[in-house]
Design a protein around this ligand. Structure first.
Ligand code: ZN
Ligand code: ZN
Length: 552
C-alpha cells in the first residue's frame, strides 16, 4: 500500500477493539506522522487457543512506520487499553503519555522487567493537559468511568477535531474524581467537531448506566442486612467501587480485609496517585483473625470466576487463613461478562452447595456499568455534535446499532468499521481506503506467538485428537536393537491399554524389519502410516503421530 498517496489525509485506523470488546488499539495519521491511542490486551478464547490466557495485538504495521510513529497516549489504566504494554513495551520506542494514576498502574505492571523503567519513555501529565505531538494538537478531557482519571482525547488538526472518547459514562455522583467535563465537551461542540470515535459497549441498553453514588446506598443497606461474614468481589481496577465497599463496611461497623494480589497492587497505585486517602489501611487475611467474623468484610479478586483468584479459593475452601461457613454472604459487585458466564455460574453453584448466600447483579442492585447506556450516548452526541460518528469498542452488532442511533440523533455521517480498516476522515468524504495487516499474538508463557502459528494449530489438534509417540532404536546395520516403544499420554493408559500398545509395537516391528535398509525418513513415514491405520480402526481417532528413529 502506498501511504504516500494519503499524506495530506487525516486518517483513523483501529488495530484492535473494533469488532470486539477488548484489546483497544487506535491510530491517527496526518502528514505521514502517526499517533496511537491506547494499546490494550484481551482475554483469549480458550477453545481456540488452549493454554493461552491473554492476547496482545500484532502491531507489525506500526513497526513499518519507523520514526513516523510519534507517540502513544493512554486514555485510562484498564487492561483493554494499556495491558499489551506488559508484552510489547520493548517495541514502543516513542513517548507514552499518561496521567498520574494511569502511569502508576503502568509502572506497577512493568516492575517485573528491571530494564523497562529506563527504556520506557513515560511522560506523566496532569489531567486536562494540552500538548502537541507532531501535527496533532491534543487535549485530555476528564470523563467518568469505572477507574480514576479516564481522559477523552480531543485530537485537533488543520482538517478539524476528532473527539476520541475512550471508555466513559455520565455519572454525576462518581464518588472518586470529578464528574465528566460537560462544559468542555460542549465548547468543542460549539466550535465544531469533525468526527467522534466513541464507546459502543452498552449501546444495546436503554436508559442510564446508573451512578456509583446510588450504588453506595444500596450496598450499605444490603451489607447491613447480613448477620455473618460478608465478602464482596469486584474488578480490582475499580477504585471507586473499592472505596464504595470500604465505606459501606465502615457504615456497618466492619473492618475491611483485602485478598488478592491485583487488588493490593492497584489500591497501592491508587493511594500513590492520591486516591483512597480517607479509607483506613486494609487488613490482610492473617490480620483478620484477630476480629470477630461478623465484624469483617472481605474484598476479594476473582469476580469473573478466575481459577487462581481469591473468590474461587474461598468457594473451594482453599484459604487456610479465612474460611467461609454456611450463612456467610458473598456479593458479586460486577458484571457477568459473556464468555465468562460458564465458570462464574460454576462458582455460584459451588458457593450455594456450601450454604453460602450469594447476591449478584441478576437479583440485587450491586453493580453499575462503567460504559454509557443510550440516554448517556444521546447526551454525548448532543454536546459534541460531530459531523461523522465512528463507533468503536464493540462487536460488529454494537457498532452497527450505534451507527443507527447516531443517525437518529442527527449525526450526518456514520461509518461502520472493523480492525485494520484505514479510514479517511478529511478532506473528502469519510470512507475506508484500505485494509492494513492486523491480528493477535497469543501470550504463551514468556513467548508471543501469532494466533495462527503452527505451534498453536498443533496444540489444538493434540488437545482434541491426542498424540502418539513411537521410538524405534536400530543398530548400524538397521536391525531393531530392542522392541519399539509406544506411548500415547492422555489417550491410552500404559497399563489398562497394554494389549493394544503391544499390538501397535509388534506392527511397528514388522514394518521396520521390512524397511530396515531404508533411510530414516522412509521408515518414519511407513511407521506413521501403520500407526494411523491402527488408531483409526481400534480407537476411532486421528492422533498426531511422532516417530523417532535412532541408530546406535
Ligand atoms: Zn475502561
Ligand atoms: Zn475498554
Amino acid at each position: 500500500m502506498n501511504l504516500q498517496k494519503y499524506k495530506d489525509n487525516l486518517m483513523f485506523l483501529p488495530l484492535g477493539g473494533s469488532g470486539e470488546i477488548g484489546m483497544n488499539v487506535n491510530l491517527y495519521h496526518l502528514d505521514g506522522k502517526w499517533i496511537m491511542i491506547d494499546l490494550g490486551a484481551g482475554f483469549a478464547d480458550k477453545e481456540q487457543l488452549p493454554g493461552i490466557d491473554m492476547i496482545a495485538p500484532n502491531i507489525e504495521f506500526v513497526h513499518t512506520l519507523g520514526d513516523n510513529f510519534l507517540g502513544l497516549v493512554l486514555t485510562h489504566a484498564h487492561e483493554d487499553h494499556l495491558g499489551a504494554l506488559t508484552y510489547l513495551w520493548q517495541q514502543i520506542k516513542c513517548p507514552i503519555y499518561a496521567t498520574p494514576f494511569t502511569a502508576e498502574v503502568l509502572k506497577a505492571k512493568l516492575q517485573e522487567f528491571p530494564d523497562a523503567i529506563n527504556k520506557v519513555k513515560l511522560k506523566v501529565l496532569p489531567f486536562n493537559s494540552r500538548f502537541e505531538v507532531g501535527p496533532f494538537s491534543l487535549e485530555m478531557i476528564h470523563l467518568t468511568h469505572s477507574i480514576p482519571e479516564m481522559q477523552a482525547i480531543a485530537v485537533k488538526t488543520r482538517h478539524g477535531t476528532v473527539m476520541h472518547t475512550g471508555d466513559w459514562k455520565f455519572d454525576d455522583k462518581p464518588l472518586v474524581g470529578p464528574a465528566s467535563d460537560y462544559a468542555r465537551l460542549k465548547q468543542y461542540g460549539d466550535e465544531g467537531v469533525l468526527a467522534m470515535v466513541c464507546d459502543s459497549t452498552n449501546v444495546l441498553s436503554a436508559g442510564h448506566s446508573g451512578s456509583e453514588g446510588d450504588l453506595r446506598e444500596s450496598l450499605t443497606k444490603l451489607i447491613g442486612e447480613c448477620k455473618q461474614l460478608v465478602a464482596v468481589t469486584t474488578f480490582a481496577s475499580n477504585i471507586a467501587r473499592v472505596e464504595t465497599i470500604a465505606r459501606a463496611a465502615a457504615a456497618n461497623g466492619r473492618k475491611v480485609v483485602m485478598i488478592g494480589r491485583s487488588l493490593w497492587r492497584i489500591t497501592e497505585a491508587g493511594r500513590e496517585a492520591g486516591y483512597l486517602q480517607d479509607v483506613p489501611e486494609f487488613l490482610s487475611d492473617q490480620e483478620a483473625r484477630r476480629f470477630p467474623r461478623d465484624k469483617l468484610l472481605v474484598i476479594c479478586t476473582g469476580c469473573q470466576g478466575e481459577p487462581l483468584a481469591a473468590t474461587n479459593k474461598l468457594a473451594n475452601d482453599l484459604l487456610p487463613t479465612l474460611r467461609l461457613v454456611p450463612k456467610d454472604t458473598i456479593i458479586f459487585s460486577s458484571k457477568i461478562i459473556p464468555g465468562n458466564d460458564k465458570r462464574i455460574f460454576a462458582l455460584f453453584n459451588q458457593l450455594v452447595k456450601r450454604g453460602i448466600e450469594i447476591l449478584t447483579e441478576k437479583d440485587h442492585f450491586v453493580h453499575v456499568s462503567g460504559h454509557p447506556s443510550r440516554d448517556e450516548l444521546k447526551k454525548m452526541y448532543e454536546l459534541v455534535r460531530p459531523n461523522i460518528a465512528v463507533p468503536v469498542h464493540g462487536e460488529a452488532v454494537h457498532l452497527h446499532e450505534h451507527c443507527k442511533w447516531a443517525k437518529t440523533w442527527g449525526v450526518p455521517q456514520t461509518i461502520e468499521i472493523a480492525n485494520g480498516d484505514l479510514v479517511n476522515l478529511a478532506p473528502g468524504k469519510p470512507e475506508k481506503l484500505a485494509v492494513v495487516p492486523w491480528g493477535y499474538l497469543a501470550v504463551d508463557g514468556n513467548y508471543l506467538l501469532p494466533t495462527d502459528s503452527p505451534v498453536l494449530k498443533l496444540r489444538r489438534r493434540i488437545l482434541n485428537d491426542g498424540v502418539l509417540f513411537c521410538t524405534v532404536v536400530l543398530n548400524v546395520k538397521g536391525d531393531l536393537l530392542t522392541s519399539p516403544k509406544i506411548a500415547a499420554p492422555g489417550m491410552l493408559d500404559d497399563e489398562d491399554d497394554r494389549e493394544l500398545l503391544q499390538v501397535m509395537e509388534q506392527e511397528v516391528a514388522g514394518v521396520v524389519e521390512l524397511q530396515n535398509r531404508a533411510p530414516n525418513d522412509a521408515i518414519v513415514k511407513q511407521v506413521r502410516n501403520a500407526l494411523k491405520r491402527i488408531a483409526k480402526t481400534e480407537i476411532g481417532k486421528y492422533p498426531t503421530i511422532e516417530v523417532q528413529v535412532m541408530r546406535v
